[in-house]
Write a new protein. Structure first.
Length: 379
C-alpha cells in the first residue's frame, strides 16, 4: 500500500482480511514490547502457525516506509520473523536504513542491520554521514526473540534508532470498547487515552484542567451531533474513583457514563482522541461506525480528515470500515479495496486505480453509493 494518504480507509467483504491488516500494525508494536514469540500469542492471534499462510513453514516479513515529516528523507524498516528447527521463533533479519543526503555516495545508510542476531549498528546521527565506517559498531544480541530496535533504541549513542523505536511505541491502535470506557478508574489525570478506553474519565479530568479551550470545543461539537448533551464532566466518588457524567438539557440530574449509549460514548471518545494536544503519529481504528447514527458517519470522516491534514505534527489515521455512509465522505485516493481470491490470498488496490470509478466520482456520484452498487468490490 503505497503511498498512504493522511487519512486511509480499507473496505472489503467479511473475511477479506481487514482485521488481519489492522492487526499487522499491532503485531509489530507488540514485537517491540514483548518480543516476536510472545507477540504471536497476544490478542487471540493463536500463535505463529495461525499468522502465516500455507502450512506454517514460511516467514513473516514486514517492510515499513515512512517519513518523520514531509521534509525528511524516507526511512525503511524491514523485519523477518522465522522459526528454527526446534520450532522456536526468532528474528531472522532486521534492518533500519535511510536515504542519504548526498545521493551520489551510494546505497541508503543502515543505522541497524542484523542477521540472526548479529550485525552492526551506527553510532551518532545524520551529521556523521560519510564516516559510517568509523562510527559502525559490531553487535550481537543475547536474545534472538527480541528486536534490535528495542535494545539499541534505549541507548543515547543511537539517536536514529531511538527515534524510530519511539515512533512505533507512540502508535495508537484502538481496541476501544464502550464497556471498557464505562469502568470506574481511580482519580488522577491522564494525558493520553489507552487503547481500550478504560481511562476515559482520567483523560477528561486532564483536558478540563490543562486544556479547557480544547475541551470546550469538544463539548460544542458534541452538542451539535448529539441532541440534548450540553456538558460533560467528572466527579470523584467516595472511594476515590472517577464518575464521568453527561448533563442533558431535559434533566436536572446528570446521567453517568454507565447509562449512556454506545454511540454517544464512542463519538465523544473519538473527538477527545482527535483533540489530543500531543497526538500519536499513527492512529488505527477498526470499524469506527459501530453504534453511530448513519448521518454522523460522514461528519466523523470529515473530522478525521481535518485533523490529519495541513497541520504540523498532525497524525496519520488508518481505518477499516463496512459502512457506505462513511465511505461517501472519502476520496478515491483515500480508499483501498481488499479482496480475497479463490486461492485464499488477499490483494489490495486503490479505488482511484479504476477508471470507471473515477469517471463516476467526477460526475459527483458518492464513493459509498458506488460501493453499495457493486462498482468497487463485486464486479
Amino acid at each position: 500500500m503505497e503511498p498512504l494518504t493522511p487519512l486511509t480507509a480499507v473496505i472489503g467483504k467479511n473475511g477479506s482480511g481487514k482485521s488481519t491488516l489492522f492487526d499487522a500494525f499491532g503485531y509489530l508494536a507488540d514485537c517491540l514490547s514483548v518480543g516476536v514469540e510472545e507477540a504471536c500469542d497476544l490478542k487471540m492471534r493463536g500463535g505463529f502457525k495461525r499468522l502465516v499462510s500455507g502450512n506454517g513453514d514460511t516467514d513473516i516479513y514486514f517492510e515499513f516506509y515512512y517519513r518523520e515529516s514531509t521534509k525528511d528523507r524516507p526511512i525503511t524498516y524491514e523485519l523477518t520473523v522465522s522459526k528454527d528447527k526446534s520450532g522456536r521463533l526468532y528474528v531472522k533479519s532486521e534492518r533500519l536504513r535511510q536515504r542519504r543526503k548526498n545521493k551520489k555516495i551510494g546505497k541508503p545508510l543502515s543505522f541497524l542491520h542484523l542477521e540472526n542476531g548479529t550485525g552492526h549498528a551506527w553510532i551518532g546521527d545524520e551529521s556523521l554521514e560519510g564516516d559510517e565506517e568509523l562510527n559502525r559498531v559490531e553487535v550481537r544480541l543475547t536474545d534472538s526473540r527480541q528486536l534490535g530496535i528495542a535494545t539499541y533504541g534505549a541507548l543515547k549513542d543511537h539517536p536514529r534508532i531511538v527515534r524510530f523505536k519511539d515512533f512505533i511505541r507512540s502508535w495508537y491502535l484502538s481496541y476501544f470498547t464502550p464497556d471498557a470506557a464505562r469502568s470506574l478508574p481511580m482519580a488522577g489525570p491522564h494525558k493520553h487515552l489507552n487503547v481500550r478506553g478504560e481511562n476515559l474519565g482520567n483523560v477528561v479530568q486532564y483536558m478540563q484542567r490543562e486544556h479547557p479551550e480544547k475541551f470546550q470545543r469538544i463539548l460544542e461539537q458534541i452538542a451539535t451531533k448529539i441532541p440534548g448533551v450540553h456538558e460533560i464532566s467528572v466527579s470523584p466518588s467516595a472511594d476515590g474513583r472517577l464518575l464521568l457524567q453527561f448533563n442533558d438539557r431535559g434533566f436536572t440530574d446528570p446521567f453517568y457514563v454507565q447509562q449512556m449509549s454506545d454511540g454517544t460514548i464512542k463519538l465523544f471518545t473519538y473527538l477527545l482522541l482527535l483533540e489530543d494536544p500531543d497526538p500519536p503519529p499513527f492512529i488505527c481504528i477498526e470499524e469506527p461506525e459501530n453504534g453511530l447514527y448513519h448521518k454522523l458517519l460522514e461528519t466523523l470522516a470529515q473530522e478525521f480528515r481535518e485533523k490529519t491534514s495541513g497541520k504540523k505534527r498532525a497524525p496519520q489515521i488508518f481505518v477499516t470500515t463496512h459502512q457506505p455512509y462513511f465511505v461517501d465522505a472519502l476520496t478515491p485516493d483515500e480508499t483501498w479495496i481488499l479482496e480475497k481470491g479463490n486461492d485464499g490470498y488477499s490483494t489490495i488496490r486503490r479505488a482511484s486505480e479504476d477508471d470507471i470509478v473515477m469517471e463516476m466520482v467526477n460526475q459527483e456520484i458518492p464513493l459509498g453509493s458506488l460501493w453499495y452498487s457493486d462498482y468497487l468490490d463485486a464486479r
